[in-house]
Write a protein that binds this ligand. Structure first.
Ligand SMILES: Nc1ncnc2c1ncn2[C@@H]1O[C@H](COP(=O)(O)OP(=O)(O)O)[C@@H](O)[C@H]1O
Ligand SMILES: [Mg+2]
Length: 368
């Protein structure tokens, strides 16, 4: 469950938030709608194309923002639309099979079908390396001998970059696979490592291409780089929570994307957005309670001031969440798709299914 501690201090900050200046946010420097295009990058467009038109969607964001939830919901949405989907997890701890096909075995590196139209796998860098080397050397026993060597594994464990490169290489390979009637997978959804590592993850092929002059490593890295930078094929989908720190981090992520990487990003998913606090017809419940005589007898219910305080708290929480959701849109200059906060959590197939529709909604742009 997402734990949101709505302390009174945070609620108080809501009133200060509207006065916050964009320059207070490090990632916001120079960001305004349309500035990506002007920067010559095929990153943002006024009318984002439907998510399902991409071949590869890389879901990124800070841990705990709902990345895996969004990956699973996108897979469900795509399968509903008749697409053949492959979910690729990169974390050690496999989650998507548990969310979409609870009780079944893990998909592992070999992968398995979770539901009609949805395949999943968890990319194991050592397995992927073995596959790659076998393709190059054509002698699996020899590869197994080398990779099984403890010293070699320790050396690899301490070497930077190769996991990212080999993981992306595997994704490239999966994207290339053709069946009798075209690509084997219409859409590949990647659960990227949590931000921080997220962009390093995507930057490695570019670094290799610029550092290595020739040879297969350079050639293969260039294929991966070309896939990532092709806006027709690939989209980066950041997930954020409508809270202060995630808002800042998402702004920084998008700003770094613009500065360093050339991967398309056309929307932000703002996850777990609080819904209006009172039901239709009772939208002003907090005001009504605030105007009742404080000593009115309510039987077994809490006193009028206590109820009024609760209602005020709910309203403030909702408005704070709305304000941060809007701030994310303004700071990134990107339209957003909002997913509702689910009281019961998002750990069940039903919860994931309920998020699939809202995820495909056309993103909306915040008023400037
Ligand atoms: N919209 C939502 N409403 C309620 N709980 C959510 C929502 N999205 C995610 N969660 C819960 O938040 C937790 C973290 O989500 P998860 O997708 O695992 O995040 P991440 O992959 O970014 O670490 C999970 O327990 C998940 O069920
Ligand atoms: Mg996750």
């Amino acid at each position: 469950m997402l734990a949101s501690a709505w302390s009174s201090a945070r609620i108080r900050r809501y009133s200060e938030l509207s006065a916050a200046r964009l320059s207070d946010f490090p990632g916001a420097a120079g960001v305004r709608p349309g500035s990506l295009r002007e920067a010559g990058l095929a990153l943002a467009c006024d009318e984002p194309r439907p998510l399902l038109e991409r071949r590869l969607v890389i879901v990124t964001g800070k841990g705990g923002t709902g990345k895996t939830t969004v990956v699973a919901a996108l897979a469900v949405a795509a399968a509903r639309a008749g697409r053949r989907v492959l979910v690729a997890e990169t974390a050690r701890d496999e989650q998507v099979s548990r969310l979409l096909a609870p009780g079944g075995p893990p998909a592992g590196h070999a992968g398995r079908t979770l539901r009609p139209g949805i395949q999943a796998l968890r990319i194991d860098p050592f397995e992927a390396l073995a596959e790659y080397l076998t393709l190059q050397i054509r002698a699996r026993p020899l590869v197994d001998l080398v990779l099984g060597n403890r010293g070699f594994r320790q050396l690899m464990g301490a070497s930077p970059g190769w996991r990212e490169l080999i993981t992306l290489g595997k994704i490239w390979h999966l994207e290339q696979i053709r069946g009798p009637d075209g690509p084997l997978y219409d859409l590949i959804v990647v659960d990227a490592p949590a931000t921080g590592h997220g962009l390093t993850f995507l930057d490695v092929p570019r670094v290799v291409v610029s550092a290595v002059r020739a040879g297969p490593l350079r050639r293969h890295s260039a294929y991966v780089e070309a896939m990532l930078e092709d806006p027709e094929r690939t989209l980066l989908l950041p997930v954020a929570l409508a809270e202060e720190l995630p808002a800042r981090e998402t702004a920084e992520l998008v700003s770094r994307l613009r500065g360093a990487l050339r991967i398309a990003v056309d929307r932000v998913v703002v996850n777990a957005v609080a819904q209006p606090p009172f039901p239709v017809g009772l939208e002003d419940l907090d005001e009504r309670l605030a105007h009742l005589p404080p000593d009115l007898a309510l039987g077994a219910l809490p006193s009028v001031p206590e109820l009024a305080e609760c209602a005020r708290h709910l309203r403030a929480r909702y408005e704070l969440n709305e304000a941060y959701a809007a701030l994310i849109g303004r700071l990134t200059g990107l339209p957003s798709v909002r997913l509702p906060y689910l009281q019961e959590g998002a750990d069940s197939p039903q919860a994931i299914e309920s998020l699939a529709g809202p995820l495909l909604a056309p993103p909306r742009r915040e008023a400037a």
